[in-house]
Design a protein around this ligand. Structure first.
Ligand SMILES: [Fe+2]
Ligand SMILES: [Fe+2]
Length: 416
C-alpha cells in the first residue's frame, strides 16, 4: 500500500507499538509519557516497554518513516493528517497506570514513629554509600532498592510524615540527608503523577543518587560556610557530570537515574548547567529532579544560610521565572504541603511554636503548639487565625536538648 507522506500518520494503541516504528507523537499530556522528545524511532526494548507502560491513550506513528506497513489504524483519526504534538501547557490528563499501588493511609502519629526509624536507617545507608564512593568503590544501586521501597511505604502510609522529618535535618547532615529528602519528594510527586509502582521506585532511586557526584568534590568546598568563588563554583558545577560517569560504572542504575543525576541543575529556560537544555528537551524525570532538588536545598538549614520558610520558598520559586516547568511547579506545591509538621517557627508575638499539622484552607496558617519557655512552661495549642508565622527556627539555635524525641512526643500528644 502506497501512502502519501501527509497521510502516513496512524493512531495505534500503546500496546501495539513495535520495535522500529517511528513515533510522531502521543495522545494525552506530556506527563503521560517519559520521553523528552516525541519524534523518534523505537530502537530498544527499553523504549518499547516505556511506551507500552505509559499512560497515553494512543500513539501516533509515521509508517512512511518506520516499519509499520502491516498495521491499520486502531481508530480513525479525524486530524491524522494535521496532527500536532499536544500543546505544551495543555491541561494534564493523568490517569492511574495499571500497576498503581493502593496506599494504606495511617494516622499521622503512628506513621511518624515508623518514618523516624526509616529516616535513621537511610542516614546510615546513604553515609555508607558516600564513604564507599570516596574510597573509590563502585555503587551497587540494587542494594538500595529495599530502602527506596521502605521510604515509599512510609509515604504511602502518610505522605507528610516522612517528608516532614526529612525536611527537618540539621545542617551537619545536609550532604547525606538532602539525597534522602529528594528521594522522598520524588516518590511523593511520582505518586501524585500516578506513576506505576516501578516508575515510583525509579523516581525515588533517582532522587537518592542525584548528587552522588558531590562525593567526588573536595570536602572544603562542600562545607564552605561562605559564598563560593567563581573558580570554586566551576569545580562544583562538575558534580552532575562526575556523578553520571560514576553511575554509568555502577550496577542497577536506570536510564532515568542517570538522567536526573546529569540534568538536575538544568533550568526550564535553558539557563542551567551542564548543557543549558530547555523545555521539552528535558525529560519528565529531569524536570521533577530539578524541582525537588531546589525545594529541599532552600528549605534546609545550611552552613551559610538559615532554612527558608516553605511559604517564602514557594513564593520565591514562583518568582524565579523560567527556572522550573510552570505546570509541574504548581502540582509540586500541592504535593509537598507547606509547613512540615514538627517544624519550629517564630511567631510575630516573639514566641516559638511547633507546627502540628496542616490547614487545607490556608497552608500559611497551620495548627500550632507553643514550645515551653521560661514565661510559659506548659505547651499549649495556639490559635492559627491569631498567630502569625514570621520565620523558621532551628532546635540547635534555640539550644533545645533532645528535641527529636520531644518533637515526637508533642506530635503524639497534640496531633489528633
Ligand atoms: Fe546537585
Ligand atoms: Fe541536590
Amino acid at each position: 500500500m502506497v501512502r502519501e507522506a501527509t497521510i502516513a500518520l496512524i493512531r495505534i494503541a500503546p500496546e501495539d507499538v513495535q520495535l522500529g516504528m517511528f513515533i510522531q507523537g502521543f495522545d494525552g499530556s506530556w506527563l503521560d509519557h517519559p520521553f523528552w522528545r516525541t519524534r523518534f524511532v523505537i530502537e530498544t526494548e527499553r523504549d518499547l516497554l516505556k511506551v507500552r507502560e505509559s499512560a497515553v491513550s494512543a500513539v501516533i506513528i509515521d509508517d512512511a518513516l518506520g516499519s509499520a506497513a502491516q498495521l491499520e489504524p486502531v481508530t480513525a483519526s479525524p486530524e491524522a493528517s494535521s496532527w500536532q504534538p499536544p500543546a505544551r501547557h495543555a491541561a494534564p490528563a493523568w490517569r492511574p497506570a495499571p500497576a498503581v499501588h493502593t496506599p494504606q493511609p495511617q494516622s499521622f502519629p503512628a506513621a511518624y514513629g515508623r518514618a523516624t526509624r526509616i529516616f535513621g536507617k537511610s542516614r546510615k545507608a546513604v553515609s555508607a554509600m558516600y564513604s564507599d564512593v570516596r574510597l573509590g568503590k563502585a555503587i551497587k544501586a540494587e542494594k538500595l532498592v529495599p530502602l527506596v521501597d521502605e521510604i515509599t511505604s512510609s509515604i504511602d502510609e502518610n505522605p507528610r510524615a516522612f517528608i516532614s522529618i526529612a525536611q527537618l535535618k540539621t545542617r551537619h547532615e545536609y550532604t547525606y540527608m538532602h539525597s534522602v529528602a529528594v528521594c522522598a519528594l520524588m516518590i511523593n510527586l511520582a505518586r501524585d503523577l500516578r506513576f506505576s509502582d516501578a516508575a515510583v521506585r525509579d523516581a525515588g532511586m533517582a532522587g537518592l543518587l542525584h548528587d552522588i557526584g558531590k562525593a567526588l568534590m573536595p570536602l572544603e568546598l562542600l562545607d564552605k560556610p561562605g559564598k563560593l568563588t567563581d573558580e570554586e563554583f566551576e569545580v562544583i558545577k562538575t558534580h552532575p557530570m562526575r556523578g553520571q560517569e560514576l553511575l554509568k560504572q555502577s550496577s542497577g542504575v536506570s536510564h532515568n537515574a542517570l538522567e536526573v543525576c546529569l540534568r538536575h541543575h538544568e533550568r526550564f529556560d535553558g539557563q542551567g548547567y551542564p548543557d543549558g537544555l530547555s523545555g521539552d528537551r528535558l525529560s519528565l524525570f529531569a524536570r521533577m529532579g530539578a524541582l525537588c532538588d531546589v525545594y529541599d536545598a532552600v528549605t534546609s538549614e545550611r552552613a551559610y544560610k538559615p532554612a527558608w520558610s516553605p511559604t517564602e520558598t514557594v513564593a520565591n520559586m514562583r518568582d524565579w521565572a523560567g527556572h522550573f516547568d510552570p505546570e509541574m511547579f504548581e502540582l509540586f506545591v500541592k504535593s509537598v504541603g507547606i509547613y512540615p509538621t514538627g517544624a519550629l517557627v517564630r511567631l510575630k508575638s516573639g514566641r516559638v511554636a511547633m507546627v502540628t499539622g496542616e490547614n487545607p484552607d490556608d497552608p500559611t496558617r497551620p495548627p500550632l503548639v507553643s514550645v515551653p519557655d521560661a514565661l510559659h512552661p506548659e505547651a499549649e495549642r495556639l490559635d492559627p487565625a491569631v498567630e502569625e508565622i514570621v520565620g523558621m527556627e532551628s532546635a540547635e539555635a534555640l539550644h533545645l536538648e533532645s528535641w527529636e524525641s520531644k518533637r515526637a512526643q508533642m506530635i503524639k500528644r497534640f496531633r489528633s
